[in-house]
Design a protein around this ligand. Sequence first.
Ligand SMILES: Cc1cc2nc3c(=O)[nH]c(=O)nc-3n(C[C@H](O)[C@H](O)[C@H](O)COP(=O)(O)O)c2cc1C
Length: 172
Amino acid sequence: MPGIDPADLCRLVAAPAVRTFTDRPVPEETVRGLVDVARRTGSARNRQPWRFRIVADGPTRSGLARLGAFAAHLAAAPCVLVLLAPDDSGRDTDFDLGRVAQSVVLAAAAAGLGCCPATVYPERNVERAGRLLGIGPGWHVRWCFALGFPGRRGTGRSAVPTGRLGVDELLI
Ligand SMILES: Cc1cc2nc3c(=O)[nH]c(=O)nc-3n(C[C@H](O)[C@H](O)[C@H](O)COP(=O)(O)O)c2cc1C
């Protein structure tokens, strides 16, 4: 793409998931800026099947952190950005949500923020998250993004595989 160094793009895309953060708060204006980037993402039939909620208060973040098996980092982050999906999801909605989620992740990396998604599941936790956040009818919580300035990286082994497949492995 003209004007963007592919190496810079690679660095942004490859930014590792960050699950530990400093105490430095993330200004709401910064998070609104991420949403301003993400809202430009294309979607099937331009449905824009996404809404967001910014959560900074500790008890609510801790509540969200209990609503996924691997969501503890939501309590550790100074800010959580919640991604909501429409109840009347269509065939392309998951693809659209993945695209807008990647926009959030890239915008966070460009802003110098660490970020890691957390999946809210099973279904009863999706309902609990909706009640916790007071989400109105028509929308439900799918994923949450922990956001903050990166803290010290853990030294333990990751429970999930790390690294990426090479081009030759991908072209099958
Ligand atoms: C759809 C999706 C859901 C994810 N859910 C979680 C999660 O619940 N908990 C978590 O710690 N990481 C979650 N992640 C982060 C992945 O584990 C991470 O992106 C992957 O392991 C690559 O990490 P790396 O970029 O540091 O190599 C999720 C990522 C995606 C794309």
